[in-house]
Ligand binder design. Structure first.
Ligand code: SF4
Ligand code: SF4
Length: 378
């Protein structure tokens, strides 16, 4: 493992101090080293080399070692690695004024965050319910590198929580809702059937400055507020699955209790997940049917076309590329060309499913019409 020129340059100084002036690197007690290789294969700075003849680790590039790091001492279960007293490093930090330097570096970093808009979300987030939609939102935040430092999720199902924790190790999980209800932004991500029960449970824990974001259709801001004894800081959002890839379409509506500044702040957070248009609250149920459930009307058809493509002898890549581009092009021509519906339809003479079209349209009208009435019924 030879040292690259990049490494030499990269590690030549620590906080502006010539690295050669600092005696900080691991020492290996040869008699104790059994050659397990943990240090050699784990250190990210190429500090170690390995003597294969003698089956021993070697400190080959001592000055690559990160000043103050003792990770390899921890990894060596045979206690063969040691470091100087950590007070030595603390002494350097104090004597050389490195705290001021760190402060300056932090300010520069913050400035950069502001310039790039790549700020972390500083609010604490709670999710009541750790199911699908929580997973989708967390994945969107993580993918956008906007996962807040403090995210806590509750669910009555331990398996659901453990599965979520495995996917997002940075979150905290708890079996009850009390702590989640004390966060700054609380997502209500449970099935509508249990919402009344959950609201009764959390109402005494909500803080005056917290904001509750309900992800459920049907239950209005007024209903939610009444069930929370007049709590007025409520947002409703109807998220959709492409949020997973930050391509969501997630309409939101605010209660009167959310200030203009807070609305902008929330929109900034939600826009990391995709589009988040602010809409009239009474339209959210229509969006629930069109945009939240919408993908399910098409995905099985994509899947069936995949199967058919395969049976026709196309490779997976050919099918994926063909269908993906066909869909993007179809959407664009439907929404972006200035052609009427009749003119678009007329672009393709052969329509093998034409005889079934009216049946399919009727299915849409019947099923979605009934569902809409149900979501709107009080
Ligand atoms: S971890 Fe310890 S025992 Fe294993 S190779 Fe390194 S020094 Fe030797
Ligand atoms: S202390 Fe850290 S940087 Fe130094 S050798 Fe060990 S693992 Fe590598």
């Amino acid at each position: 493992m030879s040292e690259s020129i990049n490494d030499i340059e990269k590690f030549a100084k620590w906080k502006g101090i010539d690295r050669l002036e600092i005696d900080w690197y691991p020492k290996i007690e040869e008699g104790k080293c059994v050659g397990c290789g943990m240090c050699v294969t784990s250190c990210g700075r190429n500090v170690f080399d390995f003597d294969f003849k003698r089956n021993k680790a070697l400190v080959a590039q001592p000055n690559n070692c990160m000043v103050g790091c003792t990770s390899c001492e921890t990894w060596c279960v045979f206690d063969a690695i040691s470091f100087p007293d950590k007070e030595y490093v603390k002494g350097i930090i104090k004597k050389r004024g490195l705290l001021n330097l760190a402060k300056k570096e932090l300010e520069e970093k913050y400035q950069k965050h502001l310039e790039t808009g790549n700020e972390y979300i500083s609010k604490t987030l709670g999710f009541i319910g750790g199911g699908r939609i929580t997973k989708i939102i967390l994945q969107g935040l993580k993918r956008a590198k906007k996962m807040p430092y403090n995210v806590i999720v509750s669910d009555i199902n331990t398996n659901t929580l453990n599965w979520l924790k495995e996917m997002f190790p940075e979150i905290s999980i708890v079996p009850n809702n009390k702590k989640v209800a004390q966060q700054e932004i609380i997502f209500l991500a449970v099935h509508p059937n249990v919402i009344d029960e959950v609201l009764a449970e959390i109402k005494s824990y909500l803080k005056a400055g917290s904001i509750l974001v309900s992800l459920a259709p049907k239950i209005t801001i007024k209903d939610l507020s009444e069930k929370l004894d007049g709590f007025e800081r409520i947002v409703r959002m109807i998220p959709n699955a492409p949020t997973y890839l930050n391509k969501g379409y997630n309409p939101i509506a605010f209660s009167e209790g959310i200030s203009e500044e807070e609305r902008m702040d929330l929109c900034r957070i939600f826009s990391t997940l995709g589009e988040c248009p602010v809409v009239e609250e009474e339209k959210l149920e229509a969006y629930a049917i069109l945009t939240a459930m919408g993908p399910t009307y098409f995905w099985f058809q994509f899947d069936e076309l995949q199967n058919i493509g395969k049976s026709f002898g196309l490779s997976d890549q050919e099918i994926n590329e063909g269908i993906y581009n066909m869909l993007i092009g179809s959407v664009k021509i439907f929404y972006e060309s200035e052609l009427s519906y009749e003119e678009i339809i007329d672009l393709i003479p052969g329509k093998p499913l034409k005889d079934e079209e009216e049946n399919i349209r009727k299915i849409y009208r019947d099923k979605l019409g009934i569902l809409f009435k149900k979501l709107k019924s009080r």
